[in-house]
Design a protein around this ligand. Structure first.
Ligand code: CUA
Length: 400
């Protein structure tokens, strides 16, 4: 009897929770209202089954409860019924209809979700531990071919330098991409390492990114704003901090932003891809700023803090100039040589108390110098860098 009462309370509380809970989906900002409808259909169908099954169990607990004082044979005794064809037909019929109603509408929506309109803007999203990169088509309207063998520090997308279609491709600096309002966007997803999942909740759009293949979906942003993009597959220790942004704005603002982004040819001509501040690094301050921007765009901040609190890796506050204790018990002074090595060969000198999991980042020598300058600016020692050489290509505008 107690259990029957508990079940009834659970059912009523669950239904009330869904009716009054503030945790519904964020306001929709794309064309995929049908995704919300699918969720509602699933919730209603599974909700009905949940209520009916629990109410039935509560009823039988009450109806066939144990009663004291009855002689054997006087109360209820269980009857052995091995087969009941009529009941089985009903159960099979109802579950079949229920499961079809759960699956069929979703398949229809999925079919249109992966079939982008022909005039859709092409956006490539590249996932890697633990950062996002974006590529857009240039004037030619085509995305150039890519191959893993072309991937290096200067060419993180692995674009084929010999493919004319890739020369004008726009390689977005940083983890924020802009998109025009009310224009369909076809998203092509690639991964450099492990399974990721690109997810922007207000768009109701997400897709797994599987290494070795290109997955795709499309959507039309219908509301201007700045939306957070997150990784929705556990992809390692920095997963929770693998975040990016999508800014939806009108066509004019989008075109203005697009002009500030470098093309593939431009990134190959200058040695600091991915760092918007790179080309302006002409003094110690600029170099530190470039290093700071790199810690964002290269995903370093997923594991390191600047406020002294340890995360997955040691904090950078006060690191430079300090004596570090390594995993093998030895100590080392965190000078410039140590910092360079810690970035280039993360497994060589692992700090005591931290797991040896840092990936070696694909960065150029100039980027390494900027990162070290930034780390030194957070440490106790003064930056001891030689005067940087003058930049050969100063016309590229800074993005951050
Ligand atoms: Cu990438 Cu989780």
């Amino acid at each position: 009897m107690l259990f029957a009462g508990v079940l009834v309370v659970i059912v009523i509380a669950s239904v009330l929770f869904h009716l009054v809970s503030p945790w519904w989906t964020t306001p929709l900002a794309s064309n995929w209202k049908s995704m919300d409808d699918m969720l509602t259909i699933t919730l209603v169908i599974t909700g009905i089954f949940f209520v009916v099954i629990n109410a039935f169990v509560a009823y039988t607990l009450w109806r066939y409860r144990h009663r004291d004082g009855l002689a054997p044979g006087q109360g209820h005794s269980a009857a052995y019924v091995p087969e009941n064809k009529k009941l089985e037909r009903w159960l099979i019929g109802i579950t079949t209809v229920g499961i079809m109603a759960l699956l069929a509408p979703g398949l229809v929506v999925y079919a249109s979700y992966v079939n982008a309109p022909r005039d859709a803007l092409m956006l490539e999203v590249l996932g890697q531990q633990w950062q996002w990169h974006y590529r857009l088509t240039g004037v030619s309207g085509k995305l150039g071919a890519t191959d893993a063998r072309f991937v290096n520090a200067a060419n993180p997308f692995g674009l084929d330098p010999g493919d004319p279609a890739g020369q004008d491709n726009i390689l977005v600096a940083g983890n924020e991409v802009h998109l025009p309002l009310n224009k369909p966007v076809k998203v092509l997803l690639r991964s450099h390492d492990v399974l990721h999942d690109f997810y922007v909740p207000p768009f109701r759009a997400r897709m797994n990114i599987v290494p070795g293949q290109v997955s795709t979906f499309w959507f039309t942003p219908t509301k201007a704003g700045r939306y957070e993009a997150l990784c929705a597959q556990l992809c390692g220790i920095g997963h929770a901090n693998m975040r990016g942004f999508v800014v939806v704005e009108d066509e004019v603002a989008f075109q203005t932003w697009l002009k500030t982004q470098p093309t593939f040819v431009m990134t190959m001509a200058r040695p600091a891809p991915g760092a918007g501040a790179g080309a302006l690094a002409s003094g110690a301050d600029a170099r530190v700023a470039q290093g700071e921007a790199l810690t964002q765009s290269k995903g370093c901040v997923a594991c390191h803090t600047v406020d002294g609190s340890p995360r997955v890796g040691p904090s950078w506050k006060g690191l430079a100039g300090k004596t570090q204790t390594l995993a093998d018990g030895s100590t080392v002074l965190a000078d410039e040589a140590y910092l360079r090595r810690a970035i280039r060969e993360p497994q060589a000198q692992v700090v005591k108390g931290f797991p040896p999991i840092m990936p070696a980042a694909a960065i150029s020598d100039e980027e390494l110098a900027a990162l070290v300058a930034y780390l030194q600016s957070l440490g106790g020692s003064a930056p001891a860098l030689p005067e940087p050489k003058p930049e050969p290509k100063p016309e590229q505008k800074a993005q951050r």
